[in-house]
Design a protein around this ligand. Sequence first.
Ligand code: PLP
Length: 358
Amino acid sequence: MLLLNPGPVTLSEKVRNALTQEDLCHREPEFAQLTLDLKQRLLHIYPEIASSYDAVLLTGSGTCAVEAMLASFIPPQGKALVVANGVYGDRLAAMIKAHGKPLEIITSPWQEAINCAAVERCLQQDRTITHLVTVHHETTTGRLNNLALLGQLASQFNIPLLLDGVSSFGVEKIDFSAWNIAAVAATANKCLHGVPGLSFVLAKSTLFQTQTSAANSLYLDLYRYQKAQITGYSPFTQAVQVYYGLQAALQELEAAGGWLARQKSYTKLAQKIRQGLQQQGVKLLLPESDYSCALTSFMLPPYLSYFQLHKSLKKAGFIIYAGQGNFQDKIFRIANMGNIQIEDIAKLLDCCSSLFKN
Ligand SMILES: *Cc1c(COP(=O)(O)O)cnc(C)c1O
């Protein structure tokens, strides 16, 4: 089965085989070495931050890292401004609320860009805002949010940006300094091609040196992990085999030429998917230039239900992804994350040609 959903992804043989390495206790130096190795590799994906950010590893899915980031860095007397245009933006607000922290939210309709004009007005009028919070690649639609614009406001107003980079980390440009990024949360099992169960936060080292944890949670307290992981240890049991998987996946990313090279190969796959389906008469939800390189949303044609489309493609060996919320009966999504080759896409398009009426 080929997974064309936005994580978990189809694994390479190397990553799959890495999972069967020897058992490790997370309290032994061998595991500490593995942790230190992963921290270094994660920090060097965007090498410009390697000396000024810390990597904190967590056992849990992407949401775990995002929630730990929000819990640990937004103080109870602070105020977050969440900028949302999809499911994951809404989830950021829901998590901040769940932790009892003050917030404002600026939402845009899901098919639209984030509303930077409203953000600017809000920052001018409300001087109590302490953090900007948003999603980089909004997986709901496939839109790559314009962080050049939002990041400029973050810099101009000197407000740190906390970023959900779960579905963009490792394949899209992240301009940490120009966008005033205090921390980004991401996961092993999307664009990095690892196994689900490990997520991480890259945060400015100064945050750990000059501030104390704002977390009113013990398990999601990044400061607790960061402190223990200075020497490679973790306060709680970690998903050891998943660590092995990420190590192999990061070695593959490095060998392939890093994030820019992966962005190129993703772009080729995405272009082939977009061109192929458009030739079959299927329409894109967004203007083509608005998409990330990792996922595309298409309008469901009136004559075909998602249920039928999914079922037919699954029979042929492909898992695609439904729309969420209001988009549930309106769109379908095809991600090109993971160990996917251009020939796989050719096969997919071939299968699709009997389903869509050109
Ligand atoms: C996948 C995803 C998440 C987190 O998902 P998990 O299921 O918890 O791994 C968060 N944000 C974005 C943008 C995502 O695409």
